[in-house]
Design a protein around this ligand. Structure first.
Ligand SMILES: C[S@@+](CC[C@H](N)C(=O)[O-])C[C@H]1O[C@@H](n2cnc3c(N)ncnc32)[C@H](O)[C@@H]1O
Length: 225
């Protein structure tokens, strides 16, 4: 995958790039770029924002600035890419969307700042608007990292054990439910035990127990508690 993130703070992603699954996908051939809108802004002195039409607090990132950044990166091919605007008012990010985005050969994430980005970007320059939750972050960088993290770990070679991704929360193997609980040594700690079935060595019983717990968690989660 070729993943590009447009941001005013590319240095935020330095840590992200050191993470093992990210390094693994890069070693396997993926390309990641973190592109600063200021590098291509058509305005003077690195300006990227302006005051909102209609008045109100804060500044808005300009459509011509975002357009210029996309033009510089992709030229005539810009319309062909899956391009995601991170915004609190977008479609809620979930496992289904992570799988969908992971199937793209090329993916672009746009981070906003300030009051957000001129609406014409959403209207004309992107394919998706995505939120990572019903709360407001100071900028799109953490949202882009959440999306990139979830997407990149779906790519071949990202994880040390490929099986880890087959049977995890929301996967088909668990019928779309959250994952079952895990336990490890010691078998007893402060008097807190481990379910007997996990110590039984009976793989069929363990499988059945895990699927039951996973279904239970799914019911609890959908019940909202
Ligand atoms: C301070 S926020 C803008 C909030 C906007 N004025 C509003 O009330 O919806 C600045 C940027 O952070 C990002 N952002 C904030 N919260 C987000 C969320 N929950 N999901 C995705 N992106 C988010 C977006 O890129 C947004 O343009």
């Amino acid at each position: 995958m070729r993943l590009d993130v447009f941001t005013l703070f590319p240095e935020w992603f330095e840590w992200f790039q050191t993470q093992r699954h990210v390094r693994n996908v890069v070693a396997a051939g993926s390309e990641l770029r973190f592109i600063d809108y200021r590098e291509t802004t058509p305005l003077g002195a690195g300006q990227v924002d302006d005051s909102p039409y209609g008045g109100g607090a804060g500044m808005v990132m300009r459509v011509d600035v975002v357009d210029a950044a996309l033009e510089a990166a992709y030229g005539a091919e810009r319309g062909a890419r899956r391009t995601v605007l991170l915004t609190p008012s977008g479609r809620m990010f979930d496992e289904e969307l992570a799988i969908d985005l992971a199937s793209e050969p090329e993916l672009t994430l746009l981070c906003g700042r300030y009051e957000g980005i001129d609406e014409r970007v959403r209207e004309h320059l992107v394919t998706d608007a995505v939120s990572i939750g019903r709360y407001v972050l100071a900028g799109g960088e953490l949202a882009a990292m959440v999306v990139a993290d979830a997407v990149l770990r779906k790519l071949p070679g990202a994880l040390g054990h490929a099986e880890s991704a087959l049977e995890e929360s929301f996967s088909d193997a668990l019928e779309g439910h959250p994952e079952y609980p895990h336990y490890t040594r010691p078998a007893t700690y402060r008097g807190w035990g481990v379910p007997d079935v996990l110590l039984s060595g009976d793989h069929e019983r363990v499988r059945g127990w895990r699927l039951e717990r996973s279904r239970e968690r799914g019911e609890t989660a959908s019940g909202g508690s």
